[in-house]
Ligand binder design. Structure first.
Ligand code: GDP
Ligand code: MG
Length: 163
């Protein structure tokens, strides 16, 4: 069985951008409006010389009664169930939101390895916020910019520990 890495997080944090960057494809739909990636999207990728399957998901929105949000939450839950490693993407420019906190407690219950990816750290000035995200309760916190391909080497190193 291939090693499966699920990319989850609330809408618009940059999951699909990261998926496209890591898989070197343009499979995922990147949009300014939240919640665009409805279904799970799979891609094969090579990380630290290992073949892995990346799974992009729609944004997780726990507790949202809207039908569309419920559907993407269900898809993301399936992806989490089949994942060996979880990349929990948050927005470094927005800070921790209540939805991030809800997601964090949901992910803690899964007892699977989780890397918190603080995305949108486009320049060194933004790196100061990184330590704030340890409050989510996970040991691995990595700051990146998926859009500007910043710090992806460190991300690969941290992922390699779990492959
Ligand atoms: P998703 O809903 O989590 O899949 O997020 P998307 O990948 O669709 O990205 C949402 C928006 O955030 C898009 O406008 C992206 O261009 C933007 N974005 C993604 N990564 C970064 C980043 O590292 N820095 C900045 N500034 N914007 C980003
Ligand atoms: Mg997306």
């Amino acid at each position: 069985k291939p090693f499966r890495i699920a990319i989850v997080g609330r809408p618009n944090v940059g999951k699909s951008t990261l998926f496209n960057t890591l898989s070197k494809t343009r499979k995922a739909l990147v949009e300014r409006s939240p919640g665009v990636t409805r279904d799970r999207v799979y891609a094969q990728a090579e990380i630290a010389d290992r073949k892995v399957t990346l799974i992009d998901t729609g944004g997780l929105l726990p507790g949202d009664e809207d039908q569309f949000a419920r559907e993407i939450f269900a898809q993301a839950k399936k992806a989490l169930k089949e994942a060996d490693l979880i990349l929990f993407v948050v927005d470094g420019q927005a800070g921790i939101t209540p939805v991030d906190e809800e997601l964090a407690s949901f992910l803690h219950k899964l007892e699977k390895p989780v890397i918190v990816l603080v995305n949108k750290l486009d320049g060194p000035r933004l790196d100061q916020v990184l330590s704030d995200f340890y409050a989510l309760g996970f040991d691995e916190v990595v700051g990146i910019s998926a859009k500007h391909k910043r710090n992806l080497d460190e991300l690969e190193e941290v992922m390699a520990k779990y492959l």
